[in-house]
Design a binder for this molecule. Sequence first.
Ligand SMILES: Nc1nc2c(ncn2[C@@H]2O[C@H](COP(=O)(O)OP(=O)(O)O)[C@@H](O)[C@H]2O)c(=O)[nH]1
Ligand SMILES: [Mg+2]
Length: 211
Amino acid sequence: MAQDPGADRLVIRNVEFIGGMSEKHGWRPDSSLPEIAFAGRSNVGKSSLLNTLIRRKSFARVSRTPGRTREINFFRINNAFVLVDLPGYGYARISKEQKAEWRPLIESYLRRTSQLRGIVLLLDIRREASDDDRAMLDFLAEMEVPTIVALTKTDKLSKKVASERAAETARALALDSEQVILFSAHSGEGRVELLEAIIDLAETGPGGSSS
Ligand SMILES: Nc1nc2c(ncn2[C@@H]2O[C@H](COP(=O)(O)OP(=O)(O)O)[C@@H](O)[C@H]2O)c(=O)[nH]1
Ligand SMILES: [Mg+2]
């Protein structure tokens, strides 16, 4: 793998927490770097996926800090792009008021970010997409944001069933099969594929032109 000339760009050399956006129209970094955002319902495995992708203790520490879990957190990676950790949505145990909170915050971020190059939406491979998941996908399609779906926790299913689920998900959500990536934080499945996909998005100029 060290001999592969393409592998170097996948090495995470530097991760820097640059801050959190906690309310609609609130602070956000004025970075001009491309941004890639990660979204999904609470408990889908987003923290685990990001920790697997980034492999930094400092990253895990920030995402565990109380108060940060409902913010949008920004991390500069390799001084090349910004990874945006959106708050998990739709957790059944929180109040109605809190439940409604994610939407304006996430929508405000998405509408204000001209450097957004793509979004990774996480879905648990064993569950059907929720209304919130579908609302998010519709919103992203409307905004014409390139979308990747990561199906998480694939280690819970056999390889055969997992790939059937991937095909079903693509069909049900009208996605291309290349947009769906199987991922497991436990086995590491999909880490390289997902990293390649997000770096490709980050290196694509606005409106899809190669920069
Ligand atoms: N089997 C399995 N469990 C996972 C995986 N990723 C996360 N989990 C579990 O799912 C739960 C929620 O994970 P977490 O990363 O905190 O989800 P978040 O709320 O989306 O940040 C935890 O109990 C994790 O151990 C995975 O790839 N495989
Ligand atoms: Mg989390």
